[in-house]
Design a protein around this ligand. Structure first.
Ligand code: IPD
Ligand code: CA
Ligand code: CA
Length: 282
């Protein structure tokens, strides 16, 4: 039986509409989630809204592109190994959608208004579309490979800060308290006195979008998953910034220890992380 596909659709338009729809629904559920579960640890939260958002996104994308592969956080078992394995299983796909249905679930649960929907499309392993939607502030960040990154129709540009000492920097704390937390804390301890200030708003995707928008000059975090980074990495690059792993090697989908900056402070930040033994690599 032949599969029906809707005609004349752009990848980016589908990503935007899907993120907007999921985001609106999530916003309606703010302060009204019915169920709270834990995954890999007591800090690793999931609600029925995370799962509902992911199925809404999966269904919409499948309607448009039934042959494309799909990797969403809630379809993967808990913990780093399961995430690494799940990405490997779909890495041969020509088109792969990589989705975090709510990035910032802890914020969502506590009513702290910083969370987002992150949708990326990779073609043969390279991200070609990245959309991050923050429904609370109604900010939709969009990037297309080679075409720039945009917020509300305006082209985004990374900040011009040339030194760490002039920079506002962000990091995050993933759920693993024994593995990644000490490394991220070490980095924070080393960097805090060297930068203008640090922020931890609790959504890796939004941190990346803010680097693209020039609101932050850099972001690093040890222990992320592909769905936390993929869309944001394209936003940063298309806004003129740089994205690597914490050793300074080029970004690719399997990267879990990420460093994203305006480019100008990249080397300085990378060297500080290395000097503090805080890259997450042995
Ligand atoms: C988390 C957020 C948080 C980051 C964690 C992520 P989730 O994603 O991005 O800012 O520090 O590493 O796991 O679990 O809310 O989708
Ligand atoms: Ca996430
Ligand atoms: Ca999530």
């Amino acid at each position: 039986m032949e599969v029906y596909t809707v005609g004349s659709k752009s990848f980016t338009a589908v990503a935007i509409n899907t993120a907007a729809k999921a985001g609106e629904w999530i916003k309606l559920k703010l302060g009204a989630h019915a169920m709270l579960d834990v995954k890999s640890s007591a800090q690793d939260l999931v609600t029925e809204v995370d799962r509902g958002s992911e199925s809404l996104i999966r269904n919409l994308i499948r309607t448009h592109f039934p042959t494309h592969a799909f990797l969403g956080e809630e379809g993967v078992g808990a913990g780093a190994n399961a995430s690494v394995q799940a990405l490997k299983e779909v890495s041969g796909a020509e088109y792969l959608w990589i989705v975090d249905p709510i990035d910032g679930t802890t914020n969502f649960v506590h009513g702290f208004p910083f969370f987002s929907v992150s949708i990326a499309l990779a073609h043969k392993g390279e991200v070609i579309v990245g959309v991050i939607y923050d429904p609370f502030h109604d900010e939709l960040f969009v990037a297309e490979k080679g075409k720039g990154a945009y917020l509300k129709g305006k082209r985004m540009q990374v900040s011009g800060d040339a030194k760490l000492s002039d920079s506002l920097i962000a990091t995050g704390f993933p759920a693993g308290t024994t593995s990644t937390l000490p490394v991220n804390m070490k980095g924070l301890q080393a960097l805090a006195p060297k930068v203008r200030n640090t922020r931890v708003i609790g959504s890796a995707a939004l941190h990346l979008a803010y680097v693209a928008a020039g609101r932050l000059s850099g972001f690093w975090e040890i222990g992320l998953n592909s769905w936390d980074i993929a869309a944001g990495a394209l936003l940063v690059r298309e806004a003129g910034g740089e994205v690597t792993d914490t050793l300074g090697r080029p970004y690719s989908l399997p990267v879990r220890h990420v460093l994203a900056t305006n480019g100008r402070i990249h080397r300085e930040l990378q060297l500080e992380l290395a000097a503090a033994d805080a890259t997450g690599y042995e």
